[in-house]
Design a protein around this ligand. Structure first.
Ligand SMILES: *[C@@H]1O[C@H](CO)[C@@H](O)[C@H](O)[C@H]1NC(C)=O
Ligand SMILES: *[C@@H]1O[C@H](CO)[C@@H](O)[C@H](O)[C@H]1NC(C)=O
Length: 460
């Protein structure tokens, strides 16, 4: 991870000269109205930030200011994972953004996170969604390091466009493979802050994040088994003859051993493709939009099923009038898709990022890891083990013992806090995309996180 630290020195020098060019353009990015949207009283912006002039490359963003008192509310970045999936399509339009597409219109999401914060959704890396690189060779070797560096450049330049947000409290949130993106970006921000304080980073929150290849992936067997998705014998061989991390590792090296192949076909047969691995209790018709982590479950790749008749977000974001309203550009016959087919370095899945969370905590920045508890792709048990292990390593004592938390009059999940800075929480009944399946509980968790408070111990 050392190599991630170095950013071109020229960057900060060019910032000053660029600022004059960029300053007027926040207004140019203002969205007049999205086709089919209800009446709202907050501002929306969308557009591009160039992250490389030499071989032009730009990241697309969608920014929804807070519904009320935006000047008093923090700035929150949301990142989806994949790698290669869209924060606009998955995060903003299916999870925690202000609207959800429905037919020809947008309906209000009453649990939108912009009730609590100014929400910035970034399509990253270039090649995802509306983000692009004019040099298409970029798509051949995208990896964690390039993504983190582009994200940092994006942020620095976004603040030139929106200078009033520069000193605002800043939080980074996201899920799944953003368990790589977020800690890796945070590391660069902390490093950058050692000079001039550029980023007012106040906390990060990661939902069902990939933090450690072996722990996260190998918690899947027990989750399957304890939820009745696989038999006792299948569980035995899935935890002895070939475990899931070994299979994935072989799979991405195109070298699957006969034993792993046999184990995985048994596991796939028993779990069935008609059960949604992102929420083992949901019925299977889950929009392809929520399949942000195909890379995290390669056993599904060879047997794609699309039981959903229609994908509202894909239809909506491919409308020309919508693209015009968003200031989005696609060249020629390109279409917007949820996840990109770019050649992201899959071996990066094996890079552990849990230690980077330690670095963030040691810098005094609160970290929350939360888990939709019905997800088998990155199950809560692996995340809980990892957070507990990190707390022990950092010598952080428990400050909130493992207990339930409430949203409304119901248990929203369980939580534990270490050293008043490192927190773990589950969201009860939630999928891999927690704000999609449990919007109210997710908003409750988000609110407490922003306020730096433990989750509610009693009914409200
Ligand atoms: C998974 O399998 C690998 C390779 O056989 C092994 O090194 C590792 O210890 C196993 N992990 C678990 C948690 O079983
Ligand atoms: C954590 O708990 C241990 C054992 O109770 C105690 O010795 C230690 O001082 C505590 N550490 C902190 C930072 O409170």
């Amino acid at each position: 991870m050392k190599s991630l630290a170095a950013l071109p020195i020229t960057l900060s020098l060019t910032l000053l000269s660029l600022s004059t060019i960029f300053q007027s353009s926040a207004l140019a990015d203002k969205i007049t109205s999205l086709p089919g949207q209800p009446t709202i009283n907050f501002q929306q912006f969308a557009g591009y930030i160039t992250v490389d002039e030499a071989k032009p490359r730009a990241l697309f963003y969608y920014f929804a200011e807070a519904e009320t008192d935006p000047v008093l509310k923090p700035l929150v970045i949301w990142l989806n994972g994949g790698p290669g999936c869209s924060s606009l399509g998955v995060g903003a339009f299916s999870e925690n953004g202000p609207f959800r597409p429905s037919g020809n219109v947008l309906v209000k999401n009453h649990y939108s996170w912009n009730r609590e914060a100014n929400m910035l959704y970034i399509e990253t890396p270039a090649g995802v969604g509306f983000s692009y690189s004019t040099d298409i060779s970029f798509y051949e070797g995208v990896d964690d390091e390039k993504t983190a560096r582009d994200n940092l450049v994006f942020l620095k330049r976004w603040f030139i466009k929106f200078p009033e947000y520069r000193t605002r409290d800043l939080f980074i949130t996201g899920e799944s493979y953003a368990g790589h993106y977020i800690p890796q970006l945070a590391e660069l921000m902390i490093e950058a802050n050692k000079g001039e304080k550029l980023f007012n980073l106040k906390g990060i929150a990661l939902g069902n994040p990939l933090l450690d290849f072996s722990t996260d992936f190998n918690s899947r067997a027990e989750f399957f088994w304890s939820h009745g998705l696989i038999s006792d014998p299948a569980y035995r061989i899935f935890t002895s003859s070939c475990n899931y991390s070994r299979y994935v590792s072989e799979y991405y090296r195109e070298n699957v051993s006969p034993i792993c192949s046999r184990v995985m076909s048994l596991v796939s047969r028993e779990t069935s493709k008609f059960v949604d691995k992102y929420d083992v209790t949901l019925d299977v018709c889950i929009s392809s939009i929520l399949m942000q982590s195909k890379a995290l479950r390669p056993m599904q790749v060879s047997e794609p099923i699309d039981v959903c008749v229609e994908d509202e977000t894909v239809n909506y974001l491919n409308r020309k009038d919508v693209q015009r309203a968003l200031h989005a550009r696609l060249s020629g016959d390109e279409t917007w898709s949820v996840c990109s087919s770019m050649n992201y370095n899959r071996l990066n899945l094996e890079i552990p990022t849990i230690s980077l969370l330690g670095l963030v905590v040691k810098s005094g920045i609160p970290v929350l890891v939360y888990s939709g508890d019905q997800d088998s792709v990155i199950p809560l048990t692996g995340s809980r083990t990892l957070v507990h292990g990190l707390a022990a390593k950092l010598h952080l004592n428990t400050t909130v013992p493992y207990r339930v938390w409430f949203e409304g009059e119901q248990v929203g999940g369980w939580t534990q806090v270490y050293g008043n800075i490192l927190s773990f929480a589950t969201i009860r009944g939630a999928s891999h995309e927690a704000p999609f399946s449990q919007p109210q509980r997710s908003l409750g968790l988000f609110r407490a996180f922003l306020q730096g408070r433990p989750l509610p111990e009693t009914f409200s």
